[in-house]
Every structure is written in C-alpha cells, then in structure tokens.
Design a protein around this ligand. Structure first.
Ligand code: ATP
Ligand code: MG
Length: 448
C-alpha cells in the first residue's frame, strides 16, 4: 500500500475525508479508486468520495467548491487545484427513459452501493480505519475476476443502457469475465444502446480503445451484439476475405482485431481510432480480378471514418486527423520509390507520428514486413527538422518585389520553388530567382 499512500491525490483526498469526519459526517472512498486499490495496491485515477453530508454542508465546509450536480448530490471540492467529486450517498428513484434517473433521494452507504453498476464498482473504503465496506460481494468478484451487475441485470441495464458498454470496458481492461446472467442480459438488451446519447457512447468507446486490451473489447462488443449497434461499419468487416499472401491472419475484422492488440499502453485517441477504422473502406471497394483487391479503400475509408466520428459527435480535430491517417496509410508502402521532396512532405505532416505507428501496426498485424517502417524511421533521423520543413527560399514578398501580383501563377511559382528546395536542387535565394527567370521567361527583368 506504500505507493498508494504516497500519491498527492491521496493526501488531498484524506484532507477532505478528515474534515468531513471531524465535522461529524461519514466519509468514504468510493467506486473505481477502491477497486483499483484492491486490484493493484495503488490508485492512478480519480478518488471519488461518498458521504452522508448533504451538498449544502459540503459546500459550506470547503472554501473552493463547484455545485456541478448538487441536485444529484455531487459537489466538486477543489484542493490545491485538483478537483474531487464529493457525492452524498444517494439512491436513484424512478426510471425516466433508460438514460437518467427521474430523481434521487439521499440515503445511506448501503443503498448508495446498491445503485452502482457492478459489484466490483460498489465498494467503499474507510481510509481512517482501513476498513472496506462491502455491501454487494464486490471483493469476492474482484478475486474471481468477474463483472457482475448489482441486482437484476436486465433491470439495471434498463435503468441506464450505457452500463452495457461499461461492462465490456471493465471486462476488457481488467481481463475479467462477464458473469453469465449479466452477459445474457447484455446480449438481450444490446439493441437498446441506441437510447443512449452518441456523446456518452463515444466517451465509452474512446476509453475502451485507449485503455488496456482494446482487442478484447472489440471481441466482446462483437459477441454481445453491441458492435453492430454502435459501429456497424466495423461489424461489416466480418467475413470480408483478403489475399492470404498479404494477410495470413484472416479476414478484415480479424486483421483489425489483431491490429488493436498491437497498440501500446496509452495510445493517442487519433492512433487508436485510426487503427480501429483504417480498413473500413474495404467492404465497399472489394473487387476480385487476378486476386482480391481493395483499390481506393484508403480514401473511401478515410471519408467513412470522418463521417462515423462526426456522427458520434467526436471533436472535429479527432475526425480530421483520423481521416488524414487513414487517407495516407497506403502511401507508406511506396516510400522507397518516392522523390525526396515527396518523402520530406510526408515526414513533415502534422500527423506523422500516428501515421508511422499505424503503418507499423498494420504491417505487424498482417505480413509482418516492417522494412518501409524502418526506412521511414531512418529517413526521419537523417533529415533534421529544418531539412524536412525548411523556411522557404522565396516568399510572396520576393515575387512582389519582382513586380508580380498575387494570383494563381504566383502560388504555382512559390510551390514549384519549394518542391525543388525540398528536392535539394535549389539551396539559395539567388539560385531560386535564377531558376524562376529561366522557367518563366515572362518575368520582368532584373533591372526593371
Ligand atoms: P474509471 O477508472 O474508468 O474512471 P470508475 O469505476 O471510476 O472507473 P467512473 O465512470 O469514474 O468509473 O464512475 C465512478 C463510479 O460511479 C463507478 O465505480 C460506479 O460505482 C459509479 N457509476 C458510474 N457510472 C455509472 C452508471 N452509469 N451506472 C451506475 N453506476 C455508475
Ligand atoms: Mg473514475
């Protein structure tokens, strides 16, 4: 428990607990932090606190608070700039629409545990006495490595269908199984996930993809029936055959699953989504001639990925960058035949880090040949940053000085000069001006 007690979050959380307890309230660590502490002896995530103090009392006790969900009993207490959720023990009352409780009532720790989703998430820890309060047999399921709904799983899912995605996410992250009745209810209710807002669905998928074992999450999404509801474009990769000489691993879905298994710890969301979606253009572009081909699947897939992400209300930046990574992923196969200028432009792309990693994973999840990846890494080391994206030898103002006005020809000239600069054909402003005069005889003379 040493690492655990050393964390600065822990000290700040203890400050909140002590203050509540010395004011006569009960205050406990709740949910994920207790689970993580029992699993690994440390808490890396947030520490949520549960108490019998009412929101007004919590707000009065601490100088810096935000009543984020005071109606639901949640007050954020800020200690040293770090926010902590302090929630009054509550019980959800009435099922409004499978998404939100109609109302909450303030209650005791036992009933607060019962409203939580899974037994392993329903534990409390009293850091003053060192005692665990387990009203839901959560400890037993932690040692048995089981995700089990608290109470009747059909009912619990129907209160908030997002819990189905959460079950998959926790099972994948901890390599736990999903208990039989919970799993059957999940399969029965999968189509109801549509009742949940796309923002919440995106949030869960994003955590799954960027967390541990995203390949396991994909397999569970598939077998539960959730995948065809939330990511039909990915579900349709199943059974799409590929040429075995390039893809000994199997169909496009299996390739995608294998690719996800190769994501390292804490991938960027751009990389994780790009890996998941890099081949979604394949079903629509498949042709069979001399062999199975997917001409243009990169461009088609890039567009579909952008649309899919925007439909899930992801940020524009994420959608744009994933689109760029997917649009480029086949270019990586050509790098050894590229002109120097084209290669430098590729290496200067803002998404290049994620593109390189996507390429490496794509190769390892199929034929296993990473020669092009090695070549690109080597080239990147060779070109210093200035060489990849040097300051242009000529700028617009230089052309204006020559007596030209901005227009299409203007842009064409600048980009032609820049390309030759990248090719290392031109290396000084004088060279560039000389080349321009030769190439565009209509330019005004030197002594205008
Ligand atoms: P993570 O490490 O992913 O944050 P967590 O368990 O802390 O895991 P949170 O989403 O932060 O998950 O939620 C905190 C706690 O609130 C959970 O442990 C669970 O007890 C409860 N909870 C969260 N979402 C739900 C939900 N949709 N239905 C029921 N209980 C929930
Ligand atoms: Mg949490």
């Amino acid at each position: 428990m040493k690492q655990f007690t050393d964390s600065s979050n822990y000290s700040a959380a203890m400050h909140i607990i002590r203050k509540l307890v010395s004011s006569g309230y009960e205050a406990l660590f709740a949910g994920g932090s207790v689970r993580d502490m029992l699993l690994s002896g440390r808490i890396d995530g947030d520490i949520d606190i549960a108490t019998n103090a009412l929101p007004e009392a919590v707000s009065r006790l601490f100088p810096q608070t935000v009543p984020v969900g005071a109606k639901f009993g949640v007050v954020v207490v800020i200690i040293g700039g770090v926010p902590f959720e302090v929630a009054t023990f509550r019980s959800d009352r009435g099922i409004a629409d499978g998404r939100h409780p109609a109302d909450v009532v303030f209650t005791d720790a036992r009933n607060d545990a019962l409203r939580r989703d899974f037994t392993v998430n329903g534990l409390f820890y009293d850091p003053v006495s060192g005692e665990i309060h387990d009203y839901v047999n959560g400890r037993e399921d932690l040692s048995g490595k089981v995700i089990r709904a608290i109470g009747n799983p059909d009912l619990r899912f129907s209160e908030d269908y997002l819990r189905m995605l959460r079950a998959v996410r926790f099972a994948a992250r901890f390599s736990f199984s999903i208990e039989e009745a919970t799993w059957e209810a999940l399969q029965r209710n999968a189509s109801h996930i549509k009742a949940i807002s796309v923002e919440r669905i995106f949030g869960e998928l994003d955590k799954m993809l960027c967390g541990l074992h995203p390949d396991h999450a994909l397999a569970l999404l598939d077998t539960s029936g959730l995948l065809e509801q939330v990511l039909p474009e990915v579900a349709s990769l199943k059974g799409v055959g590929q040429p075995p000489q390039f893809h000994p691993e199997g169909d496009v879905f299996e390739h995608t699953r294998k690719a996800l298994s190769l994501l390292g710890k804490h991938p960027s969301p751009v990389l994780a989504w790009s890996v998941l979606l890099h081949d979604i253009g394949k079903p629509a572009t498949m042709t069979v001639s001399d062999r199975i081909r997917f001409n243009g699947h990169d461009q088609a897939g890039a567009k579909s990925a952008w649309l899919l992400l925007r439909k899930l209300h992801s940020s524009n930046v994420l959608a744009d960058e994933v689109e760029a990574c997917i649009a480029n992923h086949m270019n990586m196969m050509q790098v050894k035949n590229m002109r120097l200028g084209t290669l430098k432009k590729l290496l200067a792309r803002p998404t290049i880090d994620d593109e390189l990693e996507l390429h490496r994973i794509d190769c390892l999840a199929s034929h296993g040949n990473t020669e092009n990846y090695g070549f690109l890494r080597e080239q990147r080391r060779r070109f210093a940053a200035e060489q990849i994206r040097p300051e242009p030898l000529l700028r617009g103002r230089d052309l204006v000085e020559l007596g030209l006005s901005p227009g299409p020809l203007f842009g064409e000239m600048l980009s032609a000069v820049y390309d030759l600069q990248l090719e290392e054909v031109l290396s000084s402003k004088e060279d560039a001006l000389k080349w321009l005069r030769e190439r565009y005889p209509q330019l005004p003379g030197e002594n205008r």
